[in-house]
Structures are given as C-alpha cells and as structure tokens.
Write a protein that binds this ligand. Structure first.
Ligand code: FAD
Length: 450
C-alpha cells in the first residue's frame, strides 16, 4: 500500500489528508511538532479573549483520525533524505515515505532587532505563542503595557486581544498609514481612526530600534528608531509579517526560494515531494497573485488539489478569482478580485470609486478599468457581500455600471440591517455623471446562473 507522509497538521496538510482518504485507501501519516490535533489558527485570538476554549478550535473530534485511518505523529522533522525516501525526526525513529507532502506553514518574521529573543518578546502564530501570551500578559497588573511591532492583520488582532484585557497597547507601524501597501488611502485612513478610537496608541511611520532588557533578561522597554523614545513595556509582540517555515530543508536538495518552489501541480524539483499551503512558493505567480499566499483558504484549495494528483487524477492548482476576508477590530473586511492600493502592482488603467458612510466606519472601494469600464474588484468594510455574486460578475467580466445597478443582489447583510446601496449609487451617479437606477434585490437573479 502506498505510504503518504505529510509534514504539518494545519489547514493545508489536513485537507490533503482528508481528501486522500476520501479518494483512496492509501496509508496516511501526518507529522506535526505543534499540537496533537488540527486546530483553526485563525481562531486563536478568541481563546485568549475568552470567547472559546482551545478545544473548540478543533473542528474534528479526537476519534475522527483513527476512524479515518489517518495516523498522527507528534514530532519535529529535522531532515529529509530523498534518496532513501526517509525523514529524520528529533527524539524518534526515522519514518519512510513513498510520497511526501510538505505543509509546514509559516513563522513570524524577525529582522535581527537587538533584544528580539528576550523573554517577553513573542510572535502570534502557534499554540505555543498563545500559551506564551497567556503567561506574559494574563492581565494589566502583570503586563502594564505591550508594544506591538508591525501593522498587518496579525498585529491588529494581537492589539485587540490585549485590549480585551484592558492592557495598554502601543502599536508601531512602519508605514505612514495602516496596511497602506494593501488598502487604498480612504480605507487605510478609516482603519487608522478606528484603531485610535479603540484606545490603541498607534504610532505611524515608526520602526523598532531595539528592545531593552531588565536585570533578569526580560524585555523592559522598546526604543523607537526614528525618535529614540523609550517606551516601557512588559511584552513585545513581533507581528511584522510571516515567512515560510523551511529552515530545516536547507540541506535537503529541495529547491527553495523564500518558500519551497513548486510548479502548478504543486510538485517540487524532487520526484514524489510536494508542497502546499503557506510554505509553497509558485515558480511563476498565478495572475496577480503573490507567489507565496499565506492565507487560510488557499491552503485548503492546495490541499484539495494535491489530493487529486496523489490519488491518480493529476490536477493543476487553479485558485480562481482572489478573495479574502479579515477583521479590523470590529469592522469586517472582504475583498473580491483586485483592488490595489498603489505602487507597482496598481496598473495605470485601474480606477477607483470610493464611498464612505458619513458617520459610521463603513465603506467600499470598487476598482474598474478606466477605458473598458470592466469591473476588477471590490473591498468592503462593515457591509457583508455575497462571494458567489462577485465571483460570477468577475467571470462574466461585467462593467462597473452593472455592478452599481445590481449591487443590492450582492448584499449579504440580514434584511433588518441598514442598507446603503441607494446612497452608494447616488454618489456614483454624481461622481461619474450617470443616471443608474439601483435594481431591487432579486432572489431569482441571485440563485440563477444567468
Ligand atoms: C493569528 C492568525 C490569524 C490569522 N487569520 C487569518 C484570517 O483571518 N484569514 C486568513 O485567510 N488567514 C489567516 N491567517 C493565516 C492562516 O492561518 C494561515 O495561512 C494558515 O493557517 C496556514 O496553514 P498551513 O497548513 O499552510 O500551515 P500551518 O497552519 O502553519 O501548519 C503547519 C504545521 O507544520 C508544523 N511544522 C512545520 N515544520 C515542521 C517540522 N519540521 N516538523 C514537524 N512539524 C512541522 C508547524 O508546527 C505547524 O503546526 C492567520 C494566521 C494567524 C497566525
């Protein structure tokens, strides 16, 4: 019986395992150094915030694995011998494989800051990081202030977590406006305001210079590079992005860039070794996508795709239209298609229509082609939209006029929520000199494929 070994029990590795089991009788072993069972990394924050217990982040009961003949091994793989088709593990016997799937995820970036390895300095990625945060910042008596370094999605989550225990937070963000490499100006500025309103001491355009230690080797303060200001703190959160967890593969003969290089079939340069999820790096980007996509749903798609190939139905990874969702404190964010902030990724033909509510933190930005008017993508904040509708409009290459006219079809908020489409359409009409009449929501249209 063919022996499939998967390193990593995150969304990518576990999806591959489940789908290989669905489609075959192969022997499946999943190795992970982090936890016994798969859990939802995106829910880690809610454990610290007291909304759920860690066990609730595990979508499958403990018996699921045995019943489905997926062997789980807790251990750290130190090396791969691809000639012998064998893995070496720390503190346990080598494991043989016929096919190997690398799904080793990411690790938080550290940029060689003085003091980055002191006690009290930590990232927010793993279950161990969650435990460390619980120990380092149980309350605002033990942790009188935390400084978070790096203004992305994980940084803002960490700030929200600490604020939920009334711990004062200073947030150092290198950019001049929050996440402005990704968000267009209006949206980024709205999130700046929102962060400040949540009593987070947001410092824009500021870098970490160094972390100072007390006499016991614990972090006691950070120094801001630009100003030399010293900020006393008990915890430093390093959230300046993540990078693929591939250091243990350096001597393996597997081609590495920042991540593990793969082709469209998720194959590495070594036969019978594949890579999926955060650790995989496409040789060539797919459309506008980045070669490494450190997001949950792409890990799941890669796992599903590779399971097909492993089970004899060789399948290319085709992720379809880009989408993602996240949360900035209590503002929900969704993105479908491409809305570029600026910089080289934004083509000169990309035009934006932006609407923001007069008083609430609600806004949308629609990107479209200046000449052809083709709809390119949408960002929404505080309004939930229907994924399938935007996916369809992107596939059908609809123009901006169509999106504006039928925007009510895309709204996914419950009926009793305030609706803003009429206001959005009237702003669009006055900005672009059009007289589009917003169509009433039609369930028939929503559920038809026409
Ligand atoms: C706090 C937080 C919030 C997030 N929120 C979102 C969100 O809202 N939306 C979104 O799309 N994405 C989000 N992400 C990103 C998302 O969680 C990741 O993209 C996804 O979990 C990656 O899955 P993966 O299976 O590739 O790897 P991982 O989940 O990282 O799993 C890899 C596993 O492999 C193990 N491993 C690595 N090397 C070895 C080795 N040598 N031996 C043994 N085991 C090893 C690791 O310990 C780990 O358990 C968030 C991430 C974090 C940290």
């Amino acid at each position: 019986m063919e022996n499939i070994v998967i390193i990593g029990n995150g969304i990518a590795g576990i999806t591959a395992a489940r789908h290989i089991r669905k489609n075959s009788d192969k022997k499946i072993t999943v190795i992970s150094a982090e936890t016994d069972y798969f859990f939802s990394r995106t829910a880690l924050m809610y454990v610290y915030m007291g909304h759920m217990k860690f066990e609730h982040t595990q979508p499958y009961e403990d018996w699921f694995w045995k019943k489905n003949r997926i062997d789980l091994v807790k251990g750290y793989v130190t090396a791969i011998d691809h000639e012998k088709k064998e893995l070496r593990l720390k503190n346990s016997q080598p494991i043989k494989y016929d096919k190997l799937i690398l799904a080793t995820g990411s690790k938080p970036n550290k940029f060689g800051w003085p003091g980055q390895d002191l006690d009290g300095v930590q990232g927010l990625y793993s279950k161990q990081d969650l435990d460390a945060l619980e120990a380092n910042a149980p309350n605002n008596k033990v942790c009188k202030r935390a400084v978070i370094v790096g203004g992305g999605l994980i940084g803002i989550e960490m700030a929200e977590m600490l604020r939920s225990r009334n711990i004062p937070v200073t947030f150092l963000v290198r950019e001049d406006s929050f996440w402005d490499a990704v968000l267009p100006t209006g949206e980024s500025q709205m999130i700046n305001e929102h962060i400040l309103e949540h009593h987070i001491d947001l410092r824009l355009g500021m870098n970490l210079g160094e972390i100072l230690a007390d006499e016991n080797g614990r972090a006691r303060a950070v120094v801001i590079k630009e100003t030399g200001e010293e900020i006393a703190c008990d915890v430093v959160g390093l959230t300046a992005g993540v990078s693929p967890n591939v250091a243990f593969l350096k001597e393996s003969g597997i081609e590495l860039g920042r991540g593990i290089k793969v082709n469209r079939f998720l194959e590495t340069n070594i036969q019978d070794i594949y890579a999926i999820g955060d650790c995989a790096e496409q040789h060539e980007s797919i459309g506008n996508r980045r070669p490494i996509e450190a997001v949950w749903y792409t890990g799941r798609m890669m796992g599903e795709t590779l399971a097909q190939t492993i089970c004899g139905n060789k399948t290319e990874y085709k992720p379809g239209h880009w989408f993602n969702s996240a949360k900035f404190l209590d503002i929900e964010y969704q993105t479908y298609g491409w809305v570029f902030a600026g910089g080289p990724a934004r083509k000169e033909f990309e035009q934006h229509f932006h609407w923001r509510h007069a008083t609430e933190k609600i806004c949308i930005t629609i990107a479209f082609h200046k000449e052809t008017e083709q709809f390119l993508g949408i960002n929404t904040f505080g309004i939930r939209m229907r994924h399938e509708i935007f996916d369809r409009w992107l596939t059908e290459e609809r123009d901006i006029g169509h999106i504006i006219e039928y925007l009510k079809d895309a709204n996914f908020d419950p009926e009793f929520y305030a609706q803003y489409e009429s206001e959005i359409v009237s702003k669009y009409n006055s900005e672009f000199g059009t007289s589009i009449n917003p169509q009433k929501k039609s369930w028939k249209r929503i559920f038809s494929n026409v």
